[in-house]
Write a protein that binds this ligand. Sequence first.
Ligand code: SF4
Length: 294
Amino acid sequence: MRIIVARESGFCSGVQHAIMATERALQTRGAVVATDTLLHNTEEMLRLCSMGLKMASTISSESIARATVLLPAHGSMVAEHADWERRAREVWDLTCPIVNRAHGAAKRFAERGVPVVVVGDKEHRETRYLMEAAGSQLMAVVESERDLDALTIGSSRVGVVYQTTQSREFRLRILEWFRKAGVEVSEEMTLCPEVLRRQDEAMAIAKQCSVMLVLGDRSSANTKRLAAVAAEECHRTYLVSDPSEVLELGLTCSDIVGIVGGTSCPETVIEEVLKRVRNICSDASIEGNLLPDS
Ligand code: SF4
């Protein structure tokens, strides 16, 4: 067995920032409350809760009034933000700067009167954040090819913004669709560079492997996208949320196994998965991927 491990792994800068801010708040601010999952990783959320972080849904209004409230990395609606400002002692907005950049792009289009198309998972917090920024100029939300087929555009020009975790390939298909429809696209590149690097690396590794393990939470948008990108190159691609799942995948010593982590997957999970794969085949060799340094 050969195991190829992605170079880009562990938490992205946005998740790292949210975790560090939470730890700092827990050390310095007394009661600390999260309004939503700060990051899509159950294990890490449990760790922060074991340090004293509370979820807003589990405590009283009186406790919230004495607490520091943390808003999540994927953005918060204006009304939501204002509501927490009113109810809490103080509010820390942990929205990732890259998500805020996408929000700013949608807002700029709207202010210039350009109809806005938001490309993203419709139920995801970040997509709703971008939709709010587009306001009355929001023309459509595109989540899939099917949405494109159903799209009717009543304008010769649109502004397109992307949920930061969308893939490069889907972006190209969107642009091609508008080109064929004869619609002029003003685009702001709002895809997250850290996500793109992981997708590129996942694809490069998947080409060499008989099995791909994409590690991360099943509720994480970037992990699901990473798995979809890898699956295009390797049909035995599995999204692994818990290291114990590795035993059920039928790995054998003749497999070449690629391992890549989503942006909210801690290094400890990658190490644990690696250990379990090596338990299946003890003389497995471990290699880094073959992409040059970026
Ligand atoms: S994936 Fe990118 S945009 Fe999302 S939180 Fe991480 S750094 Fe920010």
